[in-house]
Every structure is written in C-alpha cells, then in structure tokens.
Design a protein around this ligand. Structure first.
Ligand code: SAM
Length: 242
C-alpha cells in the first residue's frame, strides 16, 4: 500500500466552523468505540485507560501526528480535522504507514469533526495531557474573528478537557493572531504562559516549527513563526479561602 498523494485530496482552504455540517458524534465519550480508530487497544493497553491524551486540533494533513507517533508510543494521539478530503488523506496516510511499518503508527488516528462544537462529546473532563493549535486559520477580517478557534468561551471548554498541568501549544506565522491567542490565554483564569526557559527542555517544541505541512509552507515563504505555550493551572474552586 503506497502513501496517498495530496493532489488527489485538495479542498477549499476554509470550512465555516459555525455552519451546521452533518457530523455524527456520540452523546458522551463512553458511547464512542475508540477501537475503530485504534484497533490495537482491543488487545494492548497503551496507557492506563486507553484514553486519547494528545489532541492536534485542526491537524491538516497530519504531519504532527506522524512526527509524534514514534516519540510517544504509549500515548494515543488524535488529530481533529473539519475538511472531508483532508481528513480522508490523513486517514489513508496512517493506514498506509501502518501497513508499511508493522506494529508502528498504531497510536495515531484522525477524526473528522468540528472541534469548536463537539469536544465534550468525545473527551472527558481532565482527560487530555496536551493540545496543539498549529498554524490555525487566521480569519483576518474582524467580522470573521468569531470563527477563530481560540476565544474565551472555547478556552473554558479546552480547560475542561485538559488535565491540570496539561499543556497547550500554539504557533502561527500571523503576528496579529499570535497576539490574539496570547491575550486570550493570559486573560483566562485557568491558563498561564510557560516561559521560554522552561520550554527549552520540552522535546516537542522544536517539532512545532517544521513537522506540519503549514509550517513547511511558512518556511518556504521565509515567514516568521510565533510560538506560545500555556499550562492549564489547577482549579482554585476547591482551595480553602483563608
Ligand atoms: N495544523 C495544520 C498544519 O500546521 O499544517 C493545519 C493548519 S490549517 C491552516 C488549519 C486547519 O484547521 C485546516 O485544515 C482546517 O480545515 C482545520 N480546521 C479549521 N477549523 C476547524 C474546526 N472547527 N474543527 C476541526 N478542524 C478545523
């Protein structure tokens, strides 16, 4: 089985994330059969609960999934992608990689869904260790800012599905979007920014620049890249007020 060719899976760059597409989604995470995406979990236990732990939101053509797979063999890693042909490409890519490399790439998968609408249907509270927003659609016009995947309401949802101390990675070549993401995360009480010093020891950070197809395109065009990483802080609600 050969790797799929991107030219057969092209689709318009933007899909309206607010429109009512027809998506199937479970009533709750327990109602979803994860072994359809990760057949290996029928026989092997990868992590304690066989839960997805890493989520690449808007994974595009899946470069990050393929890079992280051998680095985190014990973790289930999922890409979410709204565009049909693009998610088909990622799925065909993963199936081909699994066939070509016995016992490898079993921990990555892609799901076609709208990440702005259905996260709590797929993920339990505190389930995710890492979330990635790599080169998200910038939606430049003010009237389209509501389509941006980072906003204060969605940040509360991301905080819900993330474990305490979970990490969110963002990178973009659009300075205005970078500043938008930073200000939204910094204003949110459940996130804090991680310093550049602390990021030096994180082996994932260097992969964010070149692993994905969009990151490679920015490099080809000599574009700048702006990185910002955040930690999901502990819920203060249970702490005693003194
Ligand atoms: N992260 C990839 C990369 O770095 O190559 C893709 C970046 S591309 C600019 C943004 C991707 O997010 C597109 O493939 C788009 O279809 C997807 N996307 C946008 N809104 C989405 C949503 N609400 N849910 C899932 N995917 C979405």
């Amino acid at each position: 089985m050969s790797l799929p060719q991107k030219k057969y899976y092209r689709q318009r760059a933007h899909s309206n994330p607010i429109a009512d597409h027809c998506f199937e989604y479970p009533a709750s995470p327990d109602d979803y059969d994860w072994s359809t995406l990760y057949p290996i979990i029928k026989t092997n236990t990868l992590n304690k609960n066989n839960f997805v732990e890493f989520l690449d939101v808007g994974c595009g053509y899946g470069g990050l999934l393929v890079t992280l797979s051998p680095m985190f063999k014990e973790s289930l890693i999922l890409g979410l992608e709204i565009r049909v042909k693009v998610s088909d490409y990622v799925n065909d890519r993963i199936q081909a990689l699994r066939k070509q490399n016995e016992n490898e790439y079993q921990n990555i998968a892609v799901l076609r869904t709208n990440a702005m609408k259905y996260l709590p249907n797929f993920f339990r509270k505190g389930q995710l260790k890492k979330m990635f927003f790599l080169y998200p659609d910038p939606h430049f016009k003010k009237a389209k800012h509501k389509w941006r995947i980072i906003n204060k309401w969605l940040l509360s949802e991301y905080a819900y599905v993330l474990a305490e101390q979970g990490i969110v990675y963002t990178i973009t070549d659009v300075k205005d979007l970078h500043e938008w993401m930073v200000s939204h995360f910094e204003e949110h009480p459940l996130f804090e920014r991680i310093s550049d010093d602390e990021l030096e020891s994180d082996i994932i950070v260097e992969k964010l620049f070149e692993s994905t197809e969009e990151g490679q395109k920015v490099t080809r065009n000599n574009g700048e890249k702006f990185l910002a990483v955040f930690r999901r802080v502990c819920d203060k609600i249970n702490q005693k007020v003194t």
